[in-house]
Design a protein around this ligand. Structure first.
Ligand code: G6P
Length: 367
């Protein structure tokens, strides 16, 4: 397959823009559109009803997709999830249950630590599920069941569209698990599925915020440190936001659970520290808003990512980026878009090599 940048300046820009389309393609593999229900792809069927636990492992951005999925599997399927980065998972020697499921997540399907964890889990008698983007990869070949993502070829070293496609796949799997385990009713499932079907359209709207986000690049380019805060499923997206910025702009950034702010990171906050707050107007909004006030009181420059209702309830910020209103379930996929754009435009403003950042490799095939 030959991939080119088309009219885009960088592969990363193209891959960010492609997300509504490839997330749509991925969802189409997992949703029976006519029935409004989850239907796993042919050959990828799995029955979650008998599981006591689920193990998830991955590296980098794929690990953050796993972190979001933990919230979903636990909430929608009441399935306890054990998750760790692959380089820690197997050395931790967690007690693994033979016959239970381990899900490995990997864009390339070749990441050394993820593959080693797969083999470790397999040797312990676990079933192996793999959420992978490259169907011919080693991880896909060695898994018992492959849950494909349909992101297409991803060239930019910093993962973008592969991440949202991993989330889409994991969202579908969590709903399927909820149905298998009789936690979700048919009506619950239909509601969750319809919010997934609506998602690509909302992602298009989120992409329209690009010029607004680009205007923030000079502020971020000047910063030595940036904090990203979120609660619930917005917390892993805060981690991903910080990772994206670090990877391509080389600015030090940290993602934090908003509630942990006062246990350390608030000591860093002054007028030179931009603080990106991810806070859709959900039941956790008020809590995050009060963390935001703590930042504002110390002169921190707040960039709030929220929806219209959140914006109406927020205090003063440096910038408030208003995303379309979405069902809370899908907000991590939607909020991934502005944090990618923010990292991208900051890096472009600074003139770094966006697609090939220094010291990083697309796929880390050595431990
Ligand atoms: C590298 C890439 C990241 C990616 C990670 C895991 O660090 O730069 O973008 O998230 O590897 O890669 P995988 O192919 O296993 O998803």
């Amino acid at each position: 397959v030959i991939v080119d940048k088309g009219s885009y300046r960088h592969f990363m820009a193209k891959e960010i823009a492609e997300q509504p389309e490839v997330v749509g393609h991925t969802l189409a593999r997992y949703i029976d559109m006519a029935a409004g229900r989850i239907r796993l792809p042919h050959g990828s069927d799995f029955d979650f009803s008998k599981l006591d636990r689920l193990a998830i492992s991955a590296c980098g951005t794929a690990y953050y997709a796993g972190l979001v999925a933990r919230y979903w599997f636990e909430k929608f399927a009441r399935l306890p999830v054990d998750i760790d980065i692959a380089s820690e998972f197997r050395y931790r020697e967690p007690p693994l249950v033979p016959g239970s499921l381990a899900i490995l997540i990997s864009q390339s399907g070749e990441t050394a630590d993820t593959l080693a964890t797969l083999r470790h889990c397999k040797a312990q008698g676990m079933k192996i599920g793999a959420v992978v983007n490259v169907p011919t990869s080693t991880i896909a070949r060695e898994a018992d069941v492959v849950f494909p993502t349909v992101a297409g070829v991803e060239v930019g070293v910093a993962s973008t569209k592969a991440f949202t496609c991993q989330l889409a796949t994991l969202a579908a799997l969590a709903i399927k698990a909820g149905r298998d385990r009789k936690v979700l009713s048919e009506t619950d499932e239909a509601k969750l599925v319809s919010s997934l079907i609506e998602l690509p359209r909302l992602m298009v709207e989120a992409l329209h915020l690009e010029s607004e986000i680009e205007r923030l690049a000079p502020v971020f380019a000047k910063a030595d440190d940036v904090l990203y805060l979120g609660r619930g499923t917005s917390f892993p997206i805060a981690l991903e936001g910080a990772l994206k910025l670090k990877e391509i702009s080389y600015i030090h950034a940290e993602g934090y659970a908003a509630g942990e702010l006062k246990h350390g990171p608030i000591a860093l906050v002054d007028e030179n520290v931009p603080v990106v707050v991810l806070a859709p107007f959900d039941p956790l909004f008020e809590k995050t808003a009060s963390n935001m006030q703590e930042v504002a009181a110390r002169g921190g420059k707040i960039v709030l990512l929220t929806d219209e209702e959140g914006a109406a309830h927020a205090g003063e910020t440096l910038a408030t980026i208003v995303l379309p209103k979405a069902f809370a379930f899908v907000s991590p996929l939607l909020y991934a878009v502005p944090i990618q754009l923010l990292a991208y435009h900051t890096a472009v403003f600074m003139g770094t090599d966006v697609d090939q950042p220094r010291n990083l490799a697309k796929s880390v095939t050595v431990e």
